[in-house]
Design a binder for this molecule. Structure first.
Ligand code: F6P
Length: 364
């Protein structure tokens, strides 16, 4: 097998806590265990196509373990297969994947680590099928990749949402209000479900269980009848009413998925206030969920993923992604990794536990 002297690395798609911990683990493992170098491409696939980045030494990754974001920068715009090229003032989308192969050769890169969610892993898979030795690392706060138990970044986002619920509780109780918290997660309800259960929510609305407002009203009324004058409602940005549609905040240009969800929290809040005549407020947690220092859980998971990715490269296991299959770090093919999203099982244990402690999912 060819000796791996230099590994390329990039972070793609939306950022999340733990990216730097993976970068650090890759650089340190490659250097300390295999005497190999790591070249970090800047700004995700853009840096790979336009050939900009830098060699990452062990000292250059010192101190980044607890830092949020990514020292390499990222973008969820630049797909190399539909890459924006401006020539003579004219904008055009072109397949620039050939540039990647040129750059990898120019820089003497023997293998590439792509740290990303489903969009970046799709691109990584296509590049692998064209002959690039690639391994993937699963990242996203949404936790919506089916081929791993958990993506890194999710746990920190969950902590942020859960802490927000603790804070909303005290003010909700003081003012006898209904507090609605809208959280991210795209079309999966993991953040809402786990934050809602850990934060003692009364109602949790997730995309996987279409809701009916009458049931939400019933829950709030039942609590008031018991003397609980406040209620906490957690709404996933992708939640939708039975027979209805998701609320789209805006469509963004140049992205593989142009839909940006948002606004369902306000809708639910308005409906509660209008129907029940109880003062209701909404908080949209937004990108706070993507920022900040990774939790200890995410630091450990990210470190294990980074180490695992380098070990896969050294064994020549390309076209695969590191995956947590508790308690082990294993590898799965990139085909499996992007095959289907991971949604909340509607009759799974956590939803059942939620129902048992009296949480309404707006469906009964
Ligand atoms: O996939 C991560 C995520 O934060 C989603 O939860 C959210 O819907 C989306 O990205 C927001 O994207 P942007 O950073 O483009 O606003």
């Amino acid at each position: 097998m060819k000796k791996i002297k230099r590994i390329g690395l990039l972070t793609g798609g939306g950022d999340c806590p733990g990216l730097n911990a993976v970068i650090r683990a890759v650089v340190k493992t490659a250097n300390l265990q295999y005497n190999s170098e790591t070249f970090g491409f800047q700004d995700g696939f853009k840096g790979l196509v336009e050939n900009y980045g830098r060699l990452l030494s062990v000292s250059s990754v010192s101190g980044i373990l607890p830092r949020g974001g990514t020292i390499l920068g990222t973008t969820n715009r630049d797909n190399p297969f539909e890459f924006l090229v401006i020539e003579n003032g004219k904008e055009e989308y072109r397949d620039c994947s050939d540039k990647i192969f040129e750059n990898v050769e120019k820089l003497d890169i023997d293998a590439l680590v792509v740290i990303g969610g489903d969009g970046s892993l799709h691109i990584a898979n296509r590049l692998h099928k064209m002959g690039l030795p690639v391994v993937g690392v699963p990242k996203t706060i949404d936790n919506d990749l089916s081929a791993t138990d958990v993506t890194f970044g999710f746990n920190t986002a969950l902590n942020t949402a859960s802490e927000a619920l603790d804070k909303l509780h005290t003010t909700a109780e003081s003012h006898h209000r209904v507090m609605v918290l809208e959280v991210m997660g795209r079309y999966a309800g993991w953040i809402a479900l786990e934050a809602g259960v850990s934060g003692g929510a009364d109602v949790i609305l997730i995309p996987e269980i279409p809701y009916t407002m009458e049931y939400v009203y019933d829950k709030i009324k039942e609590r008031r009848a018991r003397g609980k004058m406040f209620s906490i409602v957690v709404v996933a940005e992708g939640a939708k009413p039975k027979g209805g549609e998701v609320v789209v905040q805006r469509l963004v240009k140049d992205r593989s998925d142009p839909v940006r969800l948002g606004g369902i929290g306000q809708k639910v809040s308005d409906e509660i206030e209008e129907h029940l005549e109880i003062e209701t407020r909404v908080t949209v947690l937004g990108h706070l969920q993507r920022g900040g220092s990774p939790s200890p859980y995410d630091r450990i998971l990210a470190t294990r993923y980074g180490v695992g990715a380098v070990e896969m490269i050294m064994k020549g296991e390309f076209g695969r992604m590191v995956s947590l299959q508790t308690p082990d770090i294993v590898s799965v093919t990139l085909d499996e990794a992007v095959e289907k999203p991971r949604f909340v099982p509607v009759d799974g244990d956590l939803v059942r536990a939620g129902r048992s402690v009296g949480i309404s999912f707006g469906d009964e």
